[in-house]
Write a protein that binds this ligand. Structure first.
Ligand code: C2E
Ligand code: MG
Ligand code: MG
Length: 631
């Protein structure tokens, strides 16, 4: 006899979950739709299980067609549920199972076959049959198990193969967890078919899914039930590559300062009032609160965001008032307008975070638009970032050398070391692209160390002596220069290579001199140890001549912009500056020399060294040695 002890409480529990789930707003994402499909099937399986079992027990009171309808419904829902759990796994992993017709056919085949066999039961009696003594399993009844097992196996395989698509690592274990619960349920059902235990295991799996992926509370702001930051993330992941992303971002200006001014409680109340206003005024829009009074709105249709924003701005002209609050707030906005092309998640995130930053600075109707071109720029940047990480990790930052010639003799005097990395295609990525990124994310320290170490190795090698070089210049970024351990780092590398520090000149720019005290300390310690400093890019920005004269540079490099300006339009300023420097004891290098005429002009105004494409472009160390060894 069948035992209902587990089935009836399971039905009661699921009804609580369903009631709670449908009473709260849900994101219109595929995962949620599939979840509704899973839950509906779960309810149908339980109810049909209850009724068919009860009817089978009391079979004398029912016509056989009614027993067939009830039992077949139960088996069809049972088989479809296995399929639905698999579809849910695929939707969490963001896999489009129905991308190809063949794939769709293969995935559907077991469940479709099972359903056909169930539907044929009244005539074939293969799956089950009803006779005067009631319900009986047929010879193909056990097909239930391999079909269910087929979808479970697919879930495990898909999880293993596609696990890297998950943004959060935890999700991997959750998928594994509920599939293991289902597997145990299937085994238990096979062992104890009379106990109607499978449903309780499916319910457990469903609760795991609910708690980890589907709990609406995780996606809603506490008081207004407006969608939160986590919901925004899931939503943009979902629509990425499926539909265009068309959103208005707006935020309250100077949120942190306003919080200090009005107090946290007051500001929270203000945000609550804004959320309520948005909900009421724009009921057809998807609205997200991205914390700290930053909001994102999506529309189902094409919409003129400027118009919407005008309306919002107008509302912000009056204060946000509640019982004990009266806040005067100001807003700024950005618009995100991307086509349906799929973008990596981190690129999307950057688009939105830049949108927020810009919105905070925007005044009036001056709205920044984040379009495909902007995203393409971020995408290229993330490619460079990857190439940079790879080069640093694999010790693959290359050092190119550009000759610096003595202006009087035209002979090679020194060289500047310039860093290069390569993209996936093996092509060189210029420093103008990767140095700013490396400076922003701090990797410049490791990159600089690698370049310096490779320069030390070169100085130690016979190539250095054979080319007749007397020094080599290495660029030190302001970020590196500000590190208090710079002295130890450089000294260690010099000592490891067993060379003297005066052979490697450190090129710094005026940006490194902003913190005067730190600069003086760094230069003093390093100069005492024997290092020599060169001022790079002189004339590129604002120059503090008095300070330059006090700093113990051995050489000043004229930035190519002022060299070119002078060569195109000679005047007295540059020659005077050069002569002021040379009389105080500095040697001068002119950068960006591209032809003989420029070389002559720079020689005439008193430059000691010349550097530029006229002599050579930067070359890989090996080529540099080959080219200059015989000199
Ligand atoms: P920089 O230190 O001023 O280096 C001179 C730049 O001018 C080099 O660009 C060089 O290739 C380029 N150049 C030289 N002669 C000519 C010429 O006649 N015409 C033109 N149009 N350009 C010329 P590069 O190699 O692209 O480097 C750009 C900047 O990247 C460097 O400017 C430097 O600030 C930075 N950089 C390069 N390597 C490193 C490094 O290892 N560490 C740090 N911190 N910065 C580096
Ligand atoms: Mg330089
Ligand atoms: Mg320079």
């Amino acid at each position: 006899m069948w035992n209902f002890n587990y089935l009836i409480p399971s039905i009661m529990i699921i009804s609580v979950f369903v009631g709670y789930y449908v009473s709260l707003p849900r994101l219109p994402v595929r995962k949620n739709l599939v979840f509704i499909y899973v839950v509906s099937l779960e309810c149908l399986v339980m109810i049909s299980d209850l009724f068919s079992t009860w009817a089978d027990i009391n079979h004398q009171s029912f016509p056989s067609w009614a027993l067939y309808v009830l039992n077949s419904s139960y088996f069809i829902f049972f088989l479809s549920r296995a399929f639905a759990f698999y579809i849910f796994t695929a939707s969490v992993l963001k896999i489009d199972l129905f991308a190809s017709k063949i794939q769709q056919f293969c995935i559907n085949l077991p469940v479709d076959l099972g359903i056909i066999i169930v539907l044929l039961a009244p005539w074939t009696k293969w799956f089950y049959y009803i006779d005067e003594s009631g319900y009986h399993s047929g010879p193909l009844y056990n097909l239930l198990y391999p079909i269910f097992a087929f979808y479970l196996t697919l879930s495990f395989i898909t999880l293993i193969k596609q696990r890297n698509r998950l943004v959060r690592k935890r999700e991997k274990y959750i998928i594994l967890w509920y599939n293991v619960i289902l597997t145990i349920g299937l085994i238990v059902r096979y062992a104890f078919p009379k106990y109607l235990l499978m449903d309780i295991f499916c319910l457990m799996a469903m609760i795991v899914i609910y708690l980890s992926f589907e709990n609406p509370d995780g996606y809603l702001e506490e008081r207004t039930y407006i969608f939160n930051r986590a919901a925004l993330r899931d939503y943009i992941i979902e629509i990425n590559g499926q539909k265009p992303i068309n959103a208005l971002i707006f935020c309250v200006h100077n949120y942190i300062d306003s919080t200090e001014l009005y107090g946290i409680q007051q500001m929270n109340q203000g945000v609550y009032l804004i959320e309520n206003y948005l909900k009421k005024e724009f009921p057809d829009y998807l609205i997200f609160d991205y914390r700290n009074a930053r909001f994102v709105m999506f529309s189902k249709e094409d919409v003129d965001w400027h118009q919407i924003y005008d309306k919002i701005q107008e509302r912000f002209l009056s204060p946000w008032v509640s019982k004990d609050t009266e806040l005067y707030l100001d807003v700024g906005a950005s618009i995100v307008n991307l086509s349906a092309k799929a973008l990596p998640y981190e690129v999307l995130l950057r688009v939105f975070s830049d949108g927020f930053i810009q919105a905070d600075k925007t005044v009036g109707n001056d709205i920044n638009i984040y379009d495909d071109d902007f995203a393409a720029g971020i995408l290229a940047e993330s490619g460079i970032k990857r190439a940079l990480d790879k080069a640093i990790e694999n010790d693959a930052v290359e050092v190119f050398l550009q000759p610096i010639v003595d202006s009087a003799t035209g002979k090679l005097a020194g060289a500047e070391a310039l860093a290069r990395i390569r993209g996936n295609d093996g092509k060189i990525i210029p420093p103008g692209l990767f140095i700013p990124i490396a400076e922003k994310n701090g990797k410049i320290n490791q990159l600089g160390k690698q370049v310096f170490r490779k320069c030390c190795q070169f100085v130690k090698s016979s190539g250095f002596k054979n080319t007749g070089l007397t020094f080599i210049n290495v660029n030190i970024s302001p970020i590196q220069f500000m590190r208090l351990d710079l002295y130890e780092t450089l000294t260690k590398m010099i000592e490891d290579a067993n060379i003297t520090p005066d052979l490697i000149h450190l090129e710094i720019t005026e940006e490194s001199m902003i913190d005067e005290l730190l600069m003086e300390k760094q230069i003093e310690t390093l100069t005492n140890k024997g290092f020599k400093f060169v001022l790079d890019d002189y004339g590129k920005g604002y120059s503090n001549m008095a300070r330059l004269h006090r700093t113990p540079f051995i050489n000043i490099k004229l930035d190519m912009s002022i060299v070119w300006d002078y060569c195109n339009n000679p005047d007295a300023i540059l020659p005077n500056e050069v002569s002021a420097f040379t009389t105080t004891g500095f040697t001068i290098t002119a950068e960006g020399i591209e032809d003989e005429d420029m070389a002559r002009k720079m020689r005439e105004i008193g430059c000691t060294y010349l550097q530029g494409y006229y002599y050579s472009r930067p070359l890989p160390i090996k080529e540099f040695i080959e080219k200059y060894s015989c000199q």
